[in-house]
Ligand binder design. Structure first.
Ligand code: NAD
Length: 479
C-alpha cells in the first residue's frame, strides 16, 4: 500500500479481481521533485500469462452480457470516476507532473466521458439490415476476445480509458499495461471498476516495464486485439511481436505536426495557437511543433509570439496558476536537451529558451523556439516531445503545403487563415488524421482519431473503435 498526495494506492497488479504482487518492484518517481512516491510490482511473463488467462476465463460471460447491462456498468464506472476526480487529479499530477488544474477540469471529466460516450454509442450501434435478391443481410458486431492495451505516460488515465471503454463496451475483456513512469491511476481505476461491480477478470492491469510486460503481452497467442499508443520504435517492436499470430493492431503514434500561419490570419489567434503548443510542457502527441509562417507576417508574428511566450508561468503543477510543469523524467529531459543542443550545433538559433530552467532546477525545461534550422535538420524532422518549437517561413500556398507535408508523420495539422476557401483548398491536400482550422485540440469522441503515415495504423473513436474491437459478421438468410 502506498499513500500518494494523501490517496491510498495499491502498488500491485490487478488480475482476475485480485491484487497480486511480484518478487521485484520498481519505483514510481514524481517529476515534480524527482522523489519516489511508490514501489510498484514489476511484472513479467508469469503475470501476463495469469492476466490473459483471467481475461480469457471472464470473456464468454462478459461477451454474453446484454448491451444494456454492459452500458450500465460503464456508466457506473464513470460515476466512480466522477466521485474521485480530485483524488485522481492529485495522484496523476504527482505521478506525471501535468497540471492539477487541467486534471481537475479537463482530463478527469474526460475520463468519465470516455466511459459514458462508448456506453451510449454501444446502445446505438448497428447497421440497417439490407436485402440481396430477397435474402436478408444482417451485420453483427461480435466481441473479439481479449484486448491488450498499452499506453504512454503523457496522459495516462485519459489515453488508457479511451481504449478501455470501447474495448469493454464491445464485449471484450482487457489487459492493460500502463507506462512504467505513470503506473498509479490505472491502479485507482481498478478499484473503481471493482466498486462499480465489473465482474472479476473483465479488466486486468499488469504493471511493469515495456519489454518485460509489453513484450510477452503482445506476443501472447490468446490476445485477440492490441491497441497501442506510444512511439514509432516501440510500435515496430509490437508489430513484429504480433506478426506470428497476425493479431490485429491499432497504433496511435507520434507526430511532427505543422501550424501553418497565412498572412490573412488573425495574428492574435495564430500566436495564441502557437503558444498553446507548449501545453503539458510539450509532451503532447498532437502538438504542432513546426510553426510555418508566411514571410510577409513572420517578423510581426515572431515578435508577438516571443512576448506572449515569455509570460508563460512555469513551475509546480500543483499550483493552479502554473501554465507548464516539468518534463516527465530525467532520462526524457536529457533526450529533449540532446535535440536542443544538437540543433544549436547544427546552426539553429534559439530565440527563446534553449536549455533547462536553471532557476527552477529539477526537470523544468524552458520553452524553446528555434529559427534558422537547415532544411532536413534533425530538429525539423524528429519528434522531440518536449517544449521545443521551430519556426520556418514560406512565400506561397504551394510551398506551405509542401512544407506541412514534408514529414514522415501525419498525425495532425493546424491552419490559421482568414480565407475559408484557402482553408478548404489546403486541407484537402494535407496528409493528417486531424486538421484544425483556426482552432486547436477541439476533440469530439464521435470523430475518427489516428494518424497517417508513421503516425499510426487505423482509426479509433466513434464507431471506428467498435470496428477495431469487434469481429464484424455478416449473416445472409434466405427468404
Ligand atoms: P513508448 O513507446 O516508449 O512507450 C509506450 C508504452 O509502450 C509504455 O507503456 C511502454 O512501457 C510500452 N513498451 C515499451 N517497450 C515495449 C515493448 N517492447 N513491447 C510492448 N510495449 C512496450 O512511448 P512513450 O515515451 O511512453 O510515449 C511517448 C510517445 O507516445 C510519443 O511518440 C507520442 O507522440 C506518442 N503518443 C501518441 C498519441 C496518439 O494518440 N497518437 C498520444 C500520446 C502519445
Amino acid at each position: 500500500m502506498a499513500t500518494v498526495a494523501g490517496v491510498t494506492v495499491e502498488p500491485g497488479h490487478w488480475i482476475g479481481g485480485e491484487r497480486t504482487g511480484s518478487d521485484a518492484t520498481f519505483a514510481s518517481v514524481s517529476p515534480i521533485d524527482e522523489r519516489p512516491v511508490a514501489e510498484i510490482a514489476r511484472g513479467g511473463a508469469a503475470e501476463v500469462d495469469a492476466a490473459v488467462a483471467a481475461a480469457r476465463r471472464a470473456f464468454p460471460a462478459w461477451a454474453g452480457t446484454s448491451r444494456d447491462e454492459r452500458a450500465r456498468l460503464l456508466h457506473a464506472i464513470a460515476d466512480g470516476v466522477e466521485k474521485r476526480i480530485e483524488e485522481l487529479a492529485q495522484v496523476e499530477t504527482a505521478d506525471n507532473g501535468a497540471l492539477i488544474r487541467s486534471h481537475r477540469r479537463g482530463v478527469m471529466p474526460r475520463v468519465a466521458h470516455n466511459f459514458r460516450f462508448f456506453a451510449d454509442r454501444l446502445l446505438n450501434l448497428g447497421h440497417e439490415d439490407f436485402e440481396t435478391r430477397g435474402h436478408t443481410n444482417h451485420v453483427s458486431w461480435d466481441p473479439a476476445g481479449v484486448a491488450a492495451l498499452i499506453t504512454p505516460w503523457n496522459a495516462p488515465l485519459m489515453l488508457a480509458t479511451w481504449k478501455i471503454a470501447p474495448a469493454l463496451a464491445a464485449g471484450n475483456t482487457v489487459v492493460l499495461k500502463p507506462a512504467e513512469w505513470t503506473p498509479l491511476t490505472a491502479s485507482l481505476l481498478a478499484d473503481i471498476t471493482a466498486e462499480a461491480g465489473l465482474p472479476d477478470g473483465v479488466f486486468n492491469v499488469v504493471q511493469g516495464y515495456g519489454a518485460e510486460v509489453g513484450g510477452p503481452l503482445t506476443a501472447h497467442p490468446d490476445v485477440n486485439r492490441i491497441s497501442f499508443t506510444g512511439s514509432v520504435p516501440t510500435a515496430r517492436t509490437i508489430a513484429a511481436a504480433a506478426a506470428p499470430h497476425l493479431t490485429p493492431l491499432s497504433l496511435e503514434l507520434g507526430g511532427k505536426s505543422p501550424l501553418v500561419v497565412f498572412a490573412d490570419a488573425d495574428l492574435d489567434l495564430a500566436v495564441d495557437l502557437a503558444v498553446e503548443q507548449y501545453d503539458n510542457a510539450g509532451q503532447v502527441c498532437l502538438a504542432a511543433t513546426r510553426l510555418l509562417v508566411e514571410s510577409s507576417v513572420a517578423d510581426e508574428f515572431t515578435a508577438r509570439f516571443v512576448a506572449k511566450a515569455s509570460k508563460i508561468r512555469q513551475g509546480d503543477p500543483r499550483e493552479e496558476a502554473t501554465d507548464i510543469g516539468p518534463q516527465i523524467h530525467r532520462r526524457h529531459l536529457e533526450r529533449v536537451d540532446g535535440f536542443v543542443q544538437r540543433a544549436k550545433e547544427a546552426g539553429a538559433r534559439a530565440l527563446i529558451g534553449g536549455g533547462p530552467n536553471e532557476e527552477l532546477g529539477g526537470l523544468y525545461y524552458r520553452p524553446t523556439l528555434f529559427t534558422d534550422a537547415q532544411e532536413g535538420a534533425e530538429i525539423l524532422t524528429e519528434e522531440v516531445f518536449g517544449p521545443v518549437l521551430t519556426l520556418q517561413t514560406f512565400d506561397t500556398e504551394e510551398q506551405a503545403v509542401a512544407m506541412a507535408n514534408g514529414t514522415r508523420f501525419g498525425l495532425a495539422a493546424t491552419l490559421a487563415t482568414g480565407d475559408p476557401e484557402r482553408a478548404r483548398r489546403v486541407t484537402e491536400r494535407l496528409v493528417a488524421g486531424t486538421v484544425w482550422v483556426n482552432c486547436f485540440f477541439v476533440r469530439d469522441l464521435k470523430a475518427p482519431f489516428g494518424g497517417s503515415r508513421q503516425s499510426g495504423v487505423g482509426r479509433e473513436g466513434g464507431d471506428w473503435s467498435f470496428d477495431f474491437y469487434c469481429d464484424l459478421k455478416n449473416t445472409v438468410t434466405a427468404p
